[in-house]
Design a binder for this molecule. Structure first.
Ligand code: GLY
Length: 335
């Protein structure tokens, strides 16, 4: 029996589908695989689960309801993140996002599914739902990433409408910023930054998505971590998934989400893996007090973890019928 197949079966066991004696007696099944099965069955975590960065209970609720209605984990994520992208009051994703230095709102987003398929858009203007466009890139093109005008034109060709993403409030904030034009990352920007969301459906299928307007007042053309696979998001259906928020440059340099998934593969819990990934940034970056990074992760059992450099990061988890905001642990106790 192939390892992938076995672990999929193990996940089914964790959600109430009984494995028959044939599967348990499979001659080719190694002791290690039996222990993986036991591990999953022993876990107190339940499926399905939806976890997202920041206080986004409406988004996780939407995703959870989609899962309840039979949507795939990926479609649940796209619907959930779409709630935030459509909220003009939110200044970190979708419509209302803070612009670059030239006043342009440019969006990055990506998705990854249980098959390891990936789609992304970067630096895309005038389209409210980049995460849905990212899925179209994954499904409808031979590529994994489209940028700028090409991404926008592709979105329109797929039926997305062009809209002005720069709201009056974000325009005003940009005009005020221009008076000094001082550039520095904002820690915990309005307690709502990049939205990363991970979901596991009741069958144990994992997907993830990440969407952002990026760093406020960034240089024109700047792309952060959120749409870059392995950095802003990574999913491995045998192991788990991770996603990031905060200063993308630091996540990119440490390929944070891939690192977390690989640490979980080696046996760390989602919490331990998130903490290790934050420490990797701290180790390489003496000015860590000047910026925020936060990670969330989930493993195949539905166990979750989260950690940040600074206080003020929040997560929202919908699991076991409860939709809860949690403030995770953080590294910088002096701040
Ligand atoms: N994490 C979002 C960005 O840096 O663009």
């Amino acid at each position: 029996m192939k390892r992938r197949k076995f672990i999929q079966n193990a996940a089914l066991g964790s959600v109430g589908v009984t494995l028959g004696p044939t599967a348990m007696a499979c001659n080719e099944t190694s002791k290690k695989e039996f222990s993986a099965l036991k591990d999953i069955e022993d876990s107190k975590a339940t499926l399905p689960v939806v976890i997202a960065t920041w206080n986004v209970h409406k988004a996780t609720e939407k995703a959870w309801k989609e899962l309840e209605n039979g949507a795939s984990a990926l479609d649940a994520i796209i619907a959930g993140c779409g709630v935030e992208e459509a909220d003009a009051k939110g200044q970190t994703v979708g419509i209302g996002g803070l612009p670059d230095r030239e006043g342009r709102v440019t969006l990055d987003a990506c998705v990854m599914n249980e098959k390891g398929e990936y789609g992304a858009v970067v630096c895309m203007e005038n389209i409210m739902h980049p995460i849905a466009v990212a899925k179209k890139v994954m499904e409808e093109t031979p590529h994994v990433m489209l940028a700028g005008k090409g991404a926008e034109d592709f979105a329109v060709s797929q039926g997305f409408k062009r809209v002005n993403l720069l709201t009056d409030a974000s325009k005003k904030a940009w005009e005020e910023w221009k008076l000094t034009s001082e550039y520095q990352p904002i820690i915990n920007i309005e307690n709502h930054d990049t939205i990363g969301m991970l979901a596991i459906d009741k069958n144990g299928t994992i997907s993830g998505g990440c969407t952002t307007s990026g760093l406020a007042y960034k240089m024109a053309g700047r792309v952060g971590d959120s749409a870059i696979i392995g950095s802003g998001l990574f999913v491995d259906n045998e192991v788990g998934a991770a996603t990031a928020t905060g200063l993308g440059e630091e996540v990119l340099k440490t390929v944070g989400s891939f690192l977390i998934v690989e640490l979980m593969r080696q046996g760390k819990s989602p919490q331990e893996a998130c903490e290790e990934a934050i420490k990797r940034i701290i180790k390489n970056t003496p000015n860590f007090e000047d910026f925020q990074v936060g990670y969330i992760a989930v493993n195949k059992k539905g166990e979750t973890g989260a950690y940040a450099i600074h206080q003020g990061f929040w997560t929202t988890t919908y699991q076991n019928g409860k939709n809860e905001n949690v403030q995770p642990g953080f590294y910088n106790k002096k701040g």
